[in-house]
Design a binder for this molecule. Structure first.
Ligand code: CAA
Length: 383
């Protein structure tokens, strides 16, 4: 039953390039480097991509557009080689009062990536990902890192605490003891450590490889059924909120609902079609193997009989009993065997001649009566 859902070797759906990414932004670059994949690059180089409100407004705007763009199946979020993002903008925060922050729900809009965006987001983290930068990277569904990246929640050093989910997401990812240590000390950690601890799904040697790896994974995801991807993201995310029993119940309900999805039916019938083709190919190759075997057997038989006749009756050594015309041909032109050949083992040349002639004597489609039956079977199977 489970195998009905195996997708390997199924034809992939290739979506057209997006036109929704033509919009220009001041602090972002948005492109579609692969079919079905959008790449958002944070671009505030002079402040190491510090996350101030104008940048976040643009990020949300781009995410919302991509979320509703049917040609996009997955999104990659990255920064520069030097910094994914060096945190919330300290300059923007320093003069805020409690009523400013509380009254404007400061930082709440950062959560759009986790609440409003239903398509998978992969963060490709290079350079610094500190404070809000680390939190933004953790909001993605999958995090990829380069080994030399520097991550951390240094807010404690500024007399504050993580404010965009760091204490919750880091703790779920690396466990309470490690998260507590990192948040209480503000110590940073490397990309390699992030991968070792399970915070990042993959680690790469270089920043380019990291972005390329994220794009490849995004392309793979984008080629799957969008309905199934959306449902998969939803159920995995629910595991973070629900207990195991409720979570499994929730998953089963969503699973049941996918029986109503056209994509599932299409993929299942494609899978069955692939299976049918595989069975046909197996039968054909078995029949082909039989044909080769028959051919070999008939070659060997002919060789053996000609070797035998060679032993007995030179000069026609290594040949089947010739046709009458052939006999007269040979009498005219064929070199005569020396008396010494009589009773001798057939020479290599004789054996070669025998094989050649056997092949020539076979019809162009080398099937004997038995082989014909196999051929009919093969052509029936192929039809
Ligand atoms: N906010 C605003 N500007 C920042 C910034 C930030 N978080 N991080 C870096 N910048 C700016 C610097 O002010 C500097 O700008 P100027 O040239 O105009 O002065 C520019 O980026 C380059 O920075 P540095 O010269 O400091 O670069 P560096 O290579 O020497 O150091 C660094 C890099 C270690 C990342 C250092 O910039 C740094 O420590 N940044 C602050 C990191 C931090 O504490 N982040 C947490 C912020 S609080 C937060 O994020 C709260 C939350 O949870 C939501």
């Amino acid at each position: 039953m489970a195998s009905r859902f195996v997708k390997a070797a199924l034809p992939r759906v290739v979506r057209p390039y997006s036109s929704a990414t033509s919009h220009t932004y001041e602090h972002l670059k948005v492109s579609t480097p692969k079919p079905g994949v959008a790449l958002i690059t944070l671009h505030r180089p002079r402040a190491l991509n510090a996350l101030f409100t104008p940048l976040l407004v643009e990020l949300n705007s781009a995410l919302h557009k991509l979320n509703t763009d049917a040609s996009i199946g997955a999104i990659v979020l990255t920064g520069s080689e030097k910094a994914f993002a060096a945190g919330a903008d300290i300059k923007e925060m320093k003069d805020k009062s409690f009523s400013d922050a509380y009254g404007t729900d400061f930082i709440e809009m950062w959560s759009d990536m986790t609440t409003a965006v239903k398509k998978p987001v992969i963060s490709a983290v290079n350079g610094y990902a500190l404070g809000g930068g680390c939190e933004l990277a953790m909001m993605a569904d999958i995090m990829y890192v380069s080994a030399g990246a520097t991550l951390g929640q240094p807010e404690i050093k500024l007399g504050t605490i993580p404010g965009a989910g760091g204490s919750q997401r880091l703790t779920r990812a690396v466990g309470k003891a490690k998260a507590m240590e990192l948040i209480l000390t503000g110590d940073s950690f490397s990309g390699k450590e992030a991968a070792d601890w399970g915070l990042a799904a993959k680690v790469f040697d270089t920043p380019e490889q990291c972005v390329e790896g994220a794009l490849s994974t995004a392309e793979k995801i984008a080629s799957m059924s969008q309905i199934a991807v959306k449902a998969a993201k939803e159920v995995v995310n629910k595991s973070q909120d629900l207990g195991i029993r409720e979570g499994v119940d929730f998953e089963r309900r969503v699973f049941h609902s996918l029986f109503g999805s056209k994509d599932q039916k299409i993929e299942e019938s494609r899978y069955e079609e692939v299976q049918r083709i595989q069975v046909k190919l197996l039968t054909v190759s078995k029949d082909a193997a039989e044909l080769v075997k028959n051919l070999e057997t008939s070659l060997n038989k002919n060789q053996t009989s000609s070797f035998t006749s060679a032993n007995m009756t030179a000069p026609n050594a290594g040949r089947q009993s010739p046709e009458p015309e052939e006999q007269s041909d040979k009498q005219q032109g064929a070199p005569q065997a020396s008396p010494n050949d009589q009773g001798a083992a057939p020479s290599k040349d004789h054996a070669k001649d025998a094989s050649k002639e056997t092949l020539q004597s076979l019809p162009s489609n080398p099937t004997g009566p038995m082989d014909k039956a196999a051929e009919e079977k093969t052509s029936k199977t192929m039809n």
